[in-house]
Design a protein around this ligand. Structure first.
Ligand code: PBE
Length: 312
């Protein structure tokens, strides 16, 4: 299923489908590119990946769900003994990934899809036999309790809001060249049939304020801005707030925010979901077929987290 979604992205982005397949880690490992005369065989090279990387995985923001998942992976995989995660920002991770690829060097990053990194580079997810990163993730919509009674129009639209990974990817791609608001408007203009399904029979309101809480990644900026524009079309005054995932759940649980389209489940934000369960309303998925995990360039010979070697 994920494969199909990624393939669609490949098609939309006008890029080779093999990129999408590589993104799922199903490509055969490539031949060694090493040309030295040391007689290194593949096994020895895999051993050296840890040394070359100084046993470091390049993570993203400290508050991301995937950052915690990577900490869990470092605990759960015995072969990751002595490894650590370096956190900074998504931008820094993408820079490190791009630089490593420019130099054909090894790199291991915390990655996720939908994301244009899979269209831009030839990448693969490392297999995760312990399922620390879950399998396939979904993205959910949650609201504060009481929203249905107080803002039934918004509630209905948010409840109906669902789209495909390819839709989100289109907004993410366009937002590379324009503001998210414009990219969202463009998607809405091109997908009137879907938007009409969400708004069909919903009455308009007169400037009621509503606050959507999102997390600061392009995936959620996309869904957040599309929801904002659609709600504005029916008369809401929409504020979009960017916070970390834990704060997003807390804000909705406390009623400080009205709704969020940002929770990734079950693995990415499962801990936050459980912490506040019962204090918010779960409107179900708004997107299927997301994924998080450790991502490497396809030219690396490792295929699984278990191929990494513990620090001696
Ligand atoms: N992400 C993108 C977020 C959720 C959306 C996977 C980087 C996270 O890990 O919290």
């Amino acid at each position: 299923m994920l494969n199909t979604k990624l393939k669609k992205f490949g098609a939309i982005a006008g890029l080779s489908l093999s990129l999408a397949v590589a993104g799922c880690g199903q490509e055969e490992p490539e031949e060694t590119t090493s040309t030295d005369n040391s007689g290194n065989n593949q096994t020895e090279e895999s051993v050296n990946v840890g040394e070359e990387l100084e046993y470091t995985i390049t993570g993203i923001e400290p508050g991301a769900g995937i950052t915690q998942a990577t900490e869990n992976a470092l605990e759960e995989y015995e072969n990751l003994e002595g490894w650590n995660q370096e956190t900074a920002s998504t931008a820094a991770m993408l820079t490190a990934l791009g630089e490593a690829i420019d130099n054909e060097e090894p790199v291991i990053v915390a990655g996720w899809s939908p994301h244009y990194m899979f269209a831009q580079y030839d990448l693969k997810y490392l297999e995760d036999p312990n399922e620390v990163y879950g399998g396939v993730e979904i993205i959910k919509t949650i609201t504060r309790t009481g929203l249905q009674e107080e803002m039934p129009e918004a509630y209905t639209v948010l409840d109906r809001f669902h789209w495909e990974a390819a839709d989100m990817e289109q907004v993410m791609l366009d937002a590379q060249e324009m503001e998210f608001e414009e990219a969202a408007q463009k998607w809405i203009d091109n997908n009137q049939d879907k938007v009409t399904e969400w708004t069909d029979g919903v009455g308009s309101v007169d400037g009621t304020s509503i606050e959507l809480v999102q997390t600061p990644w392009d995936t959620e900026r996309s869904s957040g801005h599309v929801a904002k524009v659609v709600l504005e079309q029916i008369g809401y005054d929409v504020e979009l707030t960017n916070v970390s995932p834990s704060v997003a759940f807390k804000a909705i649980a406390q009623g400080d925010g009205d709704a969020s389209l940002a929770p990734w489940m079950p693995a990415t934000h499962g801990d936050f979901y459980e912490k506040y369960e019962g204090e918010f309303e779960d409107l179900g998925e708004n997107l299927k077929g997301a994924k998080i995990g450790l991502v490497v360039p396809s030219y690396m010979e490792i295929d699984s987290i278990e191929d990494l070697k513990a620090k001696e």
